[in-house]
Design a protein. Structure first.
Length: 243
């Protein structure tokens, strides 16, 4: 456990140094969310009726572009590289096709599971989705740190990583997930307090910025933790950090 705490501490300690170089990246989740909402509105206006299925595919490609851009900046910041706002247009290219390939595999799997799970009890369906979420939880980090291209290769690598590091990976990620659920479900009344204090519009905007910043920080922590764990054994980490 002391070694594991040192691993977590090392991953956390790098985050302030990452953000000191470019704090503006904390606004990226909000920017991408706004772009996604605008694109959803435009696609809904353009592709109607029989063209709705085309609009669904178009929206899927837009979401892949935005997620690829997000991974680009997470990758650069985790690697310690300085990034600029001017890089946003080029950020969509690096991981676009790996993300598309992953989403295509997910789409095929959802179609097959949808047929098989139509008559399954709810608890079984939830168990299947929860299992998939656990086994493939490291998919974003595999995409930008291992630089894999094929969707199946990405899922296979995520599965291998989780099998080797499931305890070390899920202790902090469960805590992150619990904190996110508390914020989103209102157990921590931050949104209400901001709305009362600053007004509904400004309060909602500030709340969105805070959530986006926390998301980016969480992704940085996951990225550093993945880099610490991937390709190293518990014995190697004990030797590196001491017992």
């Amino acid at each position: 456990m002391p070694t594991l705490l040192r691993v977590y501490g090392h991953a956390l300690a790098r985050i302030p140094r990452d953000l000191a170089k470019q704090p503006w990246v904390l606004l990226l989740p909000v920017l991408y969310s706004v772009l996604q909402n605008l694109c959803t509105l435009l696609v809904g206006m353009i592709f109607r009726g029989p063209l709705a299925i085309v609009g669904g595919f178009a929206l899927g490609f837009v979401e892949a572009l935005l997620f690829a851009g997000f991974l680009y900046f997470v990758d650069e910041v985790v690697a310690g590289s300085p990034v600029k706002i001017a890089e946003i247009p080029q950020s969509f290219r690096r991981y676009f096709w790996p993300v598309v390939n992953v989403l295509f595999v997910v789409w095929i799997a959802m179609m097959l599971l949808g047929v098989l799970m139509q008559r399954s009890p709810l608890w079984l369906n939830l168990a299947i989705y929860a299992t998939a979420f656990i086994l493939f939880n490291a998919t974003p980090e595999v995409i930008y740190q291992r630089r894999l291209y094929g969707g199946l290769d990405v899922f296979r690598a995520s599965l291998e990583f989780i099998q080797a590091n499931w305890i070390e990976w899920f202790i902090p990620n469960l805590l992150i997930g619990a904190a996110a659920a508390a914020l989103l479900l209102g157990y921590l009344p931050l949104q209400v307090w901001l709305a009362v204090t600053l007004g509904p519009f400004i309060g909602g905007l500030v709340y969105s910025v805070i959530l986006g910043a926390l998301l980016f920080v969480a992704m940085l922590f996951r990225g550093h933790l993945f880099a610490e764990l991937d390709g190293s054994s518990a014995r190697a980490r004990r030797f590196r950090y001491g017992r």
